[in-house]
Design a protein around this ligand. Structure first.
Ligand SMILES: *Cc1c(COP(=O)(O)O)cnc(C)c1O
Length: 361
């Protein structure tokens, strides 16, 4: 007889929880998980493969546990005077976040997040036995300094998660809200900057606030702008003491020598890897413009995706797009769907299909 996980002696606090579940379907136009849909340039791919070929000759040995060359490369890439001893990396920023919660969260401790936000924030929180508390946003999904202060005072969390810009809404987050959160809270403030590179070029990163704020952590990822989702590389900038805390909980050698070699090689070509970011931003702005013309209500976005309202039956539109070979994201936000900005051709395919569906064609 088949048993289900409910029959197992699983932790009580995991009973009834759902795993992360973005559908993975092979379709011609996949615009559902905010990947960079541009393939990486061939010369970069060749350099990565050469680095992997060299690394594989040493794969009988454990990798550099401190991944020093990668941390130096990430510090250079981030700039703003950030040093290698302020950098941590792991297999995706999700693993970085899990390590943060292993070190600073856990049973008896709490995280304050601001839904609708990245679903993995609450899933990793609960997975580490940490309590998930929900803060309220202002109208338009904004979080003002006053609101963040009030919500921290109301909930008294051990850790505050801020997503800047926010997924799945695309909403910008101003630095004064981050400063207010830091001043109001007694614990860790994590700013998730997964979409930093898609912000307007003149807008500052939360990294510029790190000086003198040892409880402030800024996470980023190579999965989105860097077109590196399959390689699994995320990273963190914070005070060196925070990095020491993460050393207590990471598994030894958690970043394989192959991952380290691939990431260092990709960072050597940061300019080329990021060359598509401006194209993606242009397609994002085009989506906002054309959806508005179609009568939908796209929200302002600083990321590589657009959340749009005015969808009468999101599930039906999701299925109708899928039938045309296009997958977007249905996040169960009433009247809304989210679409990632793709190449010009993918974006055109999405907009044409949506126009046909809207007109009943
Ligand atoms: C996509 C995304 C990540 C990236 O996670 P990785 O594990 O680095 O692939 C992190 N945070 C947010 C808000 C995201 O949308």
């Amino acid at each position: 007889m088949a048993i289900s996980l409910d029959d197992l002696p699983i932790r009580d606090d995991l009973r009834g929880q759902s795993p992360y579940g973005a559908p993975q379907k092979k379709v011609p136009v996949a615009l559902n998980v905010n990947e960079n849909t541009h393939p990486i340039p061939e010369d970069v791919a060749r350099d990565i493969v050469e680095s992997l070929a060299a690394a594989v000759l040493d794969v009988n040995r454990y990798p550099d546990r401190e991944f020093t060359p990668l941390r130096e490369a990430l510090a250079r890439y981030i700039g703003h005077g950030v040093q290698a001893d302020q950098i941590w990396a792991a297999n995706g920023s999700n693993e970085v976040i899990q390590q943060i919660l292993q070190a600073f969260g856990g049973p008896g401790r709490s995280v304050l997040g601001f839904p609708p936000t990245y679903s993995m924030h609450s899933i990793i929180t609960r997975g580490t036995g940490t309590e998930w508390l929900e803060g309220r946003r202002d109208a338009g999904f904004d979080i003002s300094p006053d609101t963040v202060r009030a919500e921290i005072e109301r909930t008294d969390p051990d850790i505050v998660f801020l997503c800047a810009p926010n997924n799945p809404t695309g909403t910008p987050l101003e630095l004064d809200t981050i400063e207010a959160a830091y001043e109001a809270s007694r614990g860790i403030v994590l700013v998730d900057e997964a979409y930093f590179e898609f912000m307007p070029a003149d807008r500052p990163s939360a990294v510029t606030l790190l000086d003198g704020r040892p409880r402030l952590l800024v996470s980023r990822t190579m999965s989105k702008a860097f077109a590196f989702a399959g390689a699994r590389v995320g990273y963190l900038a914070a005070d060196p003491a925070v990095i020491d805390a993460l050393r207590l909980v990471r598994l030894p050698y958690h970043l394989s020598s192959l991952t380290q070699a691939a990431a260092v090689a990709a960072l050597r070509h940061a300019d080329e890897m990021l060359a598509m970011v401006d194209d993606i931003k242009a397609q994002r702005d085009r989506i906002v413009h054309e959806l508005t013309e179609l009568g939908y209500k796209p929200w302002p976005t600083w990321s590589n995706f657009v959340l749009f309202g005015g969808v009468d039956d999101p599930h039906a539109v999701f299925e109708a797009l899928l039938a045309r070979g296009i997958i977007v994201r249905d996040l169960s936000i009433p009247g809304h769907l989210r679409v990632s900005a793709g190449t010009e051709a993918e974006t055109t395919a999405f907009l044409n299909a949506l126009r046909d569906i809207r007109l009943g064609a």
